[in-house]
Unconditional design. Structure first.
Length: 261
């Protein structure tokens, strides 16, 4: 039986429901450039904080992508939404893969944003284990220090230092339990690369040309593996593509949503 975990969330607009799942170690505030554009395009935009992030309390039990996915479906149940488009950025994309795998009937369309279908290799798993241990030992700032190096296109720190500072504040606001749990959930996530052809639903894969966290080959592999997918690569953008180039990001997302109506 699924154990529901209540999430804090924003819910704006009317029309086609779309759930946007944030990346690690962020929160729902990262979607502020998308909400207005999507509402104007006739969407109901639901942005949850995953357990342990933003305003949501950590979930009981061992952390996993399945527990995050269960919490999202619990929110859909709470809101009376039978089916929704779901978009996931980075770690949110890992949650989305779990949702598509286990709750296919609830997903009208999927948007995979700067994410990948493959699991971590041994070195990646070890790195996450060590980071989680550092966090639990009290060095919570190591996560922001580590991730800040790969989140932006190379020109963004000089061109838009305010954006860099804002994202760092979001990372530093994450709870110790949320950070450690997220790292463990990412470390132990399933590898879906060989199973993508089974996920037959309309999908958009969004990659970023200068993404240092999820190199473009992962976006291409994800799009190639899915049975019904479009691939859109945002020129010049880094991992925080939705914040670095919101107009281009929003246009691509809205064009995809138009095909689902």
């Amino acid at each position: 039986m699924r154990k529901n975990h209540r999430l804090q969330y924003s819910d704006q607009g009317d029309g086609l429901p779309i759930v946007l799942i944030h990346g690690f170690p962020l929160n729902r505030e990262m979607w502020h450039p998308q909400i207005g554009a999507l509402v104007d395009a006739g969407c109901r935009v639901i942005c949850p904080d995953l357990p342990g992030f933003g305003e949501s309390l950590p979930a009981p039990g061992p952390p996993s992508m399945a527990s995050y996915a269960d919490a999202v479906v619990g929110l859909l149940d709470e809101l009376g939404i039978a089916r929704a488009v779901v978009g996931g950025m980075s770690m949110g994309g890992y949650v989305l893969l779990n949702l598509v795998d286990r709750y296919r009937e609830r997903i009208m369309g999927a948007v995979f944003m700067v994410t990948r279908a493959s699991a971590d290799d041994a070195a990646g798993k070890e790195k996450r284990t060590l980071l989680a241990a550092e966090v639990r030992a009290g060095n919570r700032w190591i996560v922001a220090d580590t991730f800040a190096r790969v989140l932006f296109a190379p020109d963004i720190p000089e061109k838009n230092p305010g954006l860099v500072n804002q994202v760092r504040q979001w990372m530093e606001a994450s709870s110790i339990e949320g950070l450690a749990s997220g790292l463990m959930a990412m470390r132990d996530r399933d590898d879906y690369l060989a199973r993508l052809a089974d996920f037959a639903l309309p999908s958009l894969v969004m990659g970023a040309e200068q993404d240092l966290a999820i190199p473009l080959e992962h976006s291409r592999a994800l799009a190639a593996g899915l049975a019904q997918s479009e691939l859109y690569i945002i020129p010049g953008a880094g991992h925080m593509a939705n914040l670095e180039q919101p107009a281009t990001f929003n246009q691509s997302l809205i064009e995809f949503l138009t095909t689902l109506r």
